[in-house]
Structure formats: C-alpha cells, structure tokens
Design a protein around this ligand. Sequence first.
Ligand SMILES: O=C(O)CC1=CCC(=O)O1
Length: 254
Amino acid sequence: MIRLNLVREGGGPIVVLSHALGCDLHMWDGAAALLARAHSVLRYDHRNHGASESVAGPVTMQDLADDAAALIEREAEGEPVHFVGLSMGGMVAQALAARRPELLKTVVIANSASHYPDAAPWRTRIETVRAQGVAGIAEGAVARWLTPGYVATPEGAAAARQLRDMLLRTDAAGYIASCEAVAAIDFRESNRRIPVPTLVIAGTRDEATPPSMSEAMVAAIPGSRLATIAAAHLSAVERPEAFTQLLVDFWRSL
Ligand SMILES: O=C(O)CC1=CCC(=O)O1
C-alpha cells in the first residue's frame, strides 16, 4: 500500500477531498476550514504529490482511485463517505464511483473531465516538463487556475503564490506520470454505471476543463446534477464559500 499524507479535522459525516494535478492537500485550505464546522474532513496528497510517497514508473487513474479506496477503507472503517474531487481529483472520483460505489455516500466531480479528445496538449506539456522541469509550465498553470480579477486582489495574489510554490515542489517525474494518467482517461462508458448520487460542478471561466466537459459528464451519469461557479479551474480555491455551499445544499437535498 502506498503511503499517503493526510490531514483529518472536524467531526461528523466524513468528507474526503481529492486535489488537482500539481497541487497538494493545501489546495483545500479554505474549503476544508468551512466544511470542518460540521464534518469530519479528510484530505490527502495523491501519490507523487505533496508529502505522499513517490512511486517510480507509470501510473493510471485507476491506481490513484485504488489509493483513495485503501485510504477510505482504513480511515472510515466501513462508513461510506462524501467524496469530493477537483480536476484530477474529479477523475479519481469517477473511477472510484464506478468501481467502488459501496465506499461512497455521494460523489462531487468539480472542474473535471471524463475524456480528452485531443491528447496533443498533454504531450506538449510533458515534453516541456522533461526539458525545463515543472518550472517550465508553472506560469501557464497558475494562469489557468485562477481568474485575473481574483489574482489582482491581495487574497488572490497570495493564493497564486501559494499554488505556484505547491506546483514547484512537485517532483517532475511524478508530475509527468500523472499527466500521462490524466491524458489517458476515458470514463465515458463507466460513468453510465455510477450508482451514487452525483453533483458535477463547472467553473464558468474554466478554460482547462470548460463547462461543456461537465455537461458531458452530467449527460452520462444517471441522475446527476450540474452546478456552476463563477471561477476559473480551481473553483474551490477562488470561491471557497460558494463551493462549499453547493456541497452542503447537495447533501441536504438527498
Ligand atoms: O493543470 C491543468 O491545466 C488542468 C488540469 C487537468 C487535470 C488537473 O488536475 O488539472
């Protein structure tokens, strides 16, 4: 079993937070503080990210979902959890919900995709990281993550700096392996078999995973709902109050 770094805070129903590519569990600092008022919030670093174990060699999204399943089995001790994944975390959520639904009470897939019709941008990104390290893609990544208007505020500028530092701490080989896993996803069929109540969240200003990708997931996942947030790719960072309110409203509505 891969050793995953985790933080657990608060008390109540368990909410597991799964972060984006090139981030770590601190991506959730704002949202976790709000959720921990009434929930037991468990956030973790994916393998090859943050303070979790680095594993040499290729990785698939199913490997990341298996890591999350092992974590839930150990930490939740049989209690199904609310699983919230953003971007790559949302891809883990899709894999987990199709293969291990018994572990989940609900699933939230935010700013994510079920498939990339064109893998060429991922090949370019991988080549850039091979040549220049993660620093070579840092500026572009942060520009996709937050809206310029938010970054122009003192709070947004601090968030942008924190995210950039997070990305720069990510090991290049682990980042490349994760990009390969992201580029290869195809949940278009398995999403039709997700039996868990599902909320899909789209950022209206998200150019990395535009709202059309969220609409495609909602069309595939039985009974799923779509909500939108006026934010770029890391909606939970830019709008933590709006993001967590959507989660709470969704859970209350069931
Ligand atoms: O890094 C990006 O540009 C967008 C992204 C796709 C999957 C993920 O986690 O982030």
